[in-house]
Design a binder for this molecule. Structure first.
Ligand code: PGA
Length: 259
């Protein structure tokens, strides 16, 4: 099964308009006319989504734009929240859901994340949910990695059923590897990715085989090729290394090489 690789940058709370314009221009400089065998996505802070999608269109950059969070509600009295129709209006095609920083720092529970996932599917036009899951160091050390990712996936499965995963993306990000410089070894990552695909396959083989499973946690140009060449790893969700266009491009080159 040949799945397309997805290289996704998560800028978190970094960047400004000038950075966004320059990043996209530099990316185009590298990959502009080239036939690409991978998909590129940048998840900018919400205030720059519109600027990013305008810059991508103006330069025909071929980069998708994603948000880092969304409200499950379509509209209403939810001060400070951003809805799915608003994201679509700004040119967003993807949204990260349940990133570990949202879960840890903002108290997002499995059921909040499942609600948001369901809302993505019923939005018109729909937005691709990128479901972020992963265990903490304590959970890994206690041997609970599989239980944790299974629980996180089951919360969504119960809400939307297996069909909800058609066209969705899952990012496995061990919390202990995020922003720490400690990457899961390709074997560790592959093992969990195979487990996740297996879980989905119990419900629907074709959805399991087609879904893009990203790895996230200290991905850099130096380790991207080895990670992405694992059988069940279909690209990466890149934090720190997506804040310099050179390293993001370096990771994209690793993806380009692999097909
Ligand atoms: P990192 O972050 O690449 O800086 O480890 C990944 C993420 O949080 O998505």
């Amino acid at each position: 099964m040949q799945r397309r690789l997805l290289v996704a940058g998560n800028w978190k709370m970094h960047g400004d308009k000038a950075f966004t314009t320059q990043f996209i221009a530099d990316f185009v400089q590298e990959f502009g006319g080239e036939q690409r065998s991978f998909d590129a996505l940048i998840c900018t802070p919400a205030p720059y989504l519109s600027h990013a999608s305008d810059a991508v269109s103006a330069q025909s950059a071929g980069i998708a734009i994603g948000a880092q969070n969304v409200s499950p509600h379509e509209k209403g009295a939810y001060t400070g929240e951003i809805s799915l129709p608003m994201l679509s209006d700004l040119g967003c095609e993807y949204v990260l859901l349940g990133h570990s920083e949202r879960r840890e720092l903002y108290g997002e529970t499995d059921s909040h994340v499942a609600e948001k996932f369901a809302a993505c599917l019923s939005a018109e036009p729909s937005i691709v949910p990128v479901l972020c899951i992963g265990e903490s160091l304590a959970e890994r050390e206690a041997g609970h990695t599989e239980n944790v990712v299974e629980r996180q996936i089951n919360a969504v499965l119960t809400k939307v059923g297996i069909d909800g995963f058609k066209g969705a993306v899952i990012a496995y990000e061990p919390v202990w590897a995020i922003g720490t410089g400690k990457t899961a070894s390709p074997e560790q990552a592959q093992q969990v990715h195979a487990f996740i695909r297996g879980l989905l396959a119990e419900h629907d083989l074709s959805i399991a085989e087609n879904i893009q499973l990203l790895y996230g946690g200290s991905v850099k140009p130096a380790n991207a090729e080895e990670l992405f060449s694992q059988k069940d790893i279909d690209g990466g969700l890149i934090g720190g290394a997506s804040l310099q266009v050179e390293s993001f491009v370096g990771i994209c080159k690793a993806a380009q090489k692999l097909v």
